[in-house]
Write a protein that binds this ligand. Structure first.
Ligand code: ADP
Ligand code: ADP
Length: 229
């Protein structure tokens, strides 16, 4: 079920400059916790630690009670799904881009995921910038459509843990609302860590953590945080 716990986590890329200075929070199984705060606060570092790109210097991170230091990166990739700010598409069909990391998925499963994500019409095409052997040009997808590819990937993978790292930050307001609605569906009942820089984009989170200079400055529901400010 993917419950996440950060307990007194300290981390620095370079010993001379601490980035996270004693962070503790939990994402209970099936809940959504959002981390907001200014650029450079250390938000993305939290997701890199969850993937074990780095290990914490002090404190403990667990998923389902298991200390990450005892879990391989490979097994973490099976447990965690990620929707990044900009989804990069590689030189293969959109269907293959959706299937990425899940070679065993059937054609039908890929098609269904694409339809749920509302990109069913695109899946036979290559992305823009690539062309088929017979010279057929790739399809230009908008920022929102690319995010839908990442959403379809997540639907197919159905990971217990989902990280949304500024997943709507690069979109215009209207598209942001549409993609947010799709993300809300995917993250429902899934343990989800949302990283964002604006409070207004994470209204529905069960808890919001405001990170400033590597420390938790405030925390609470959206309503409670608005009241304090
Ligand atoms: P946020 O996501 O809140 O913008 P980050 O977690 O990306 O913040 O970065 C926090 C701080 O860590 C920033 O000052 C950034 O420059 C620094 N940082 C990020 N990645 C590295 C790295 N690989 N090596 C050294 N410093 C880094
Ligand atoms: P999959 O999730 O399909 O198994 P990978 O195993 O290649 O794909 O990657 C695992 C996850 O790591 C992906 O969801 C990807 O978005 C994420 N990822 C890749 N690079 C970074 C990065 N620099 N920071 C954070 N997450 C990353």
């Amino acid at each position: 079920n993917g419950a996440i716990s950060f307990k007194d986590v300290h981390f620095a890329y370079d010993a001379a400059r601490p980035i996270l200075k004693g962070i503790s929070f939990e994402v209970p199984a099936g809940k959504t916790v959002a981390v907001v705060g200014p650029s450079g606060a250390g938000k993305s570092t939290l997701s890199r630690l969850l993937y074990r790109f780095y290990d914490v210097q002090n404190g403990t991170i667990t998923i389902d009670g298991q200390d990450l230091r005892t879990v391989t990166q490979k097994s973490l990739r099976k447990v965690i799904g990620m929707v990044p700010q900009d989804t990069v598409l590689f030189n293969d069909t959109i269907a293959y881009n959706i299937r990425y990391g899940r070679p065993a998925a059937s054609e039908d499963e890929v098609t269904t995921a694409a339809e749920i994500a509302q990109i069913g019409d695109f899946i036979r095409h290559l992305p823009e910038g690539f062309e088929t052997k017979v010279g057929e040009r790739g399809l230009k997808l908008s920022g929102g459509e690319k995010q839908r590819v990442a959403i379809a990937r997540t639907i197919l993978k159905a990971p217990p843990v989902l990280i949304l790292d500024e997943a709507t930050s690069a979109l215009d307001t209207t598209t942001e609302r549409e993609i947010q609605a799709a993300l809300d569906v995917v993250s429902k009942n899934r343990t989800t860590l949302v990283i964002a820089h604006r409070l207004s984009t994470v209204i529905g989170a069960d808890e919001i953590i405001v990170l400033k200079s590597g420390e938790i400055a405030e925390r609470g529901t959206h309503a409670a945080l608005l009241e304090q400010n």
